[in-house]
Design a binder for this molecule. Structure first.
Ligand code: TYM
Length: 343
């Protein structure tokens, strides 16, 4: 269905469930800016409704939504080129998610690793929203008839489920209505790991702040976290084939490559045979040079919440004008009467 010569419509989202991390920047925001600057039509969303699948302090959530908006802008998202908004302002997302809850199967949701990880052992006590989370995610994307979705590797399974929902909907209602999306999971590294454990992903919700670099961290905090990052006892590898058995080295080298827009081979050439301490020193310098201006701009932007709210409100209006007609067509396809209130 996707004609490669046709223009792409990009959609992606980030949860405001804490301060955004280096992983969100390297594997998501940075890619979002590249796609925007390559002239694609981009819709970017702060997925606040997803955040409340796990309880959030209401005051802290409001701050986190504005903080996330500031991070998008500071990273280079231009609201004149891309649509930037928060999910709860465009009700079509939640409405289409309901339709998708009726298309998706219980078994599909139960297989999602993110659900299993977040619900943990006490599944009976997880929110129903956490279980149906992927329906809302599919709705986020498909309510725009988006074609391409840039994400980190951890979201791959959710995007496969989005494809399954589109295919089943099209099959059940005998229409070629929803596009079968293409995940864009690209880059030298597509999964950034915890600084404390190279086998666990870096996450906003990890209890240890030393496991991640936050976009709001000061230069001193960045330096301290990199210095304390776990390492192993050997010299750094010089060959890509050695990386699989060296998760901490692979992670720090991958972060260095992404931050500096350098190929992994070049990074391996530079650091192969050297000690971790040298990599950590150079990585700190690079991270501070790249992240310093972003965190300074974020701090400036969060000082003007009214302006952030204006940008999100304006984005929400533009998003709704794309989403509402697609939702109405969906309602028509599944057999609802036309809404007199909306038309
Ligand atoms: P979230 O908020 O956890 O993460 C936002 C983006 O950052 C990427 N990411 C990572 N990439 C590599 N390594 C990591 N350690 C890492 N941690 C986070 C994620 O892959 C993502 O691209 N369910 C999504 C939000 C969402 C969404 C959507 C995304 C809701 N609806 C529709 C795309 C399209 C999530 O929780 O991302």
């Amino acid at each position: 269905m996707n004609n490669p010569s046709a223009r792409m419509r990009i959609f992606s989202g980030i949860q405001p469930s804490g301060v955004l991390t280096l992983a969100n920047y390297l594997c998501a925001l940075k890619r979002f800016v590249e796609l925007q600057d390559s002239g694609q039509e981009c819709v970017y969303c702060i997925v606040d409704l997803h955040a409340i699948t796990v309880w959030q302090d209401p005051g802290a959530l409001k701050d986190a939504i504005r903080h996330a908006a500031a991070a998008f802008l500071a990273a280079g998202i231009d609201p004149g080129k891309s649509i930037l908004f928060n999910q709860s302002q465009v009700s079509a997302h939640a409405e289409l998610a309901w339709v998708f809850n009726c298309v998706a199967r219980m078994g599909w949701m139960g297989r999602m690793t993110q659900f299993k990880e977040k619900a943990g052992r006490d599944r009976e006590n997880a929110s129903v929203g956490l279980f149906t989370y992927p329906s809302l995610m599919a709705a986020d994307i498909l309510v725009y008839h988006a074609t391409h979705v840039p994400v980190g590797d951890d979201q791959k399974q959710h995007l496969e489920l989005t494809r399954d929902i589109a295919i089943k909907f099209n099959h059940d209602y005998r229409r070629d209505f929803f596009p079968v999306i293409e995940p864009l999971i690209e880059g030298v590294t597509t999964r950034i790991m915890s600084l404390r454990d190279g086998t666990k992903k870096m996450s906003k919700s990890d209890p240890s702040d030393y496991s991640r670099i936050n976009l709001s961290d000061s230069a001193d905090q960045v330096a301290k976290k990199i210095r304390r990052a776990r390492s192993d006892a050997f010299a750094l590898p010089g060959q890509a084939s050695e990386l699989a058995s060296r998760p901490e080295a692979r992670n720090l080298l991958g972060i260095y490559a992404l931050l500096g827009n350098t190929a992994m081979d070049q990074v391996l050439d530079r650091f192969g045979g050297k000690m971790f301490s040298q990599l950590k020193g150079e990585l700190t310098e690079l991270a501070v040079a790249v992240l310093g201006p972003i965190s300074a701009e974020m701090n400036r932007l969060v000082g003007d919440p009214a302006e952030l709210d204006r940008i999100l409100g304006d984005g929400a209006e533009r998003a709704a004008s794309l989403a509402d007609p697609i939702l109405q067509q969906t309602y028509d396809i599944v057999g609802m009467l036309p809404s007199r209130r909306r038309n």
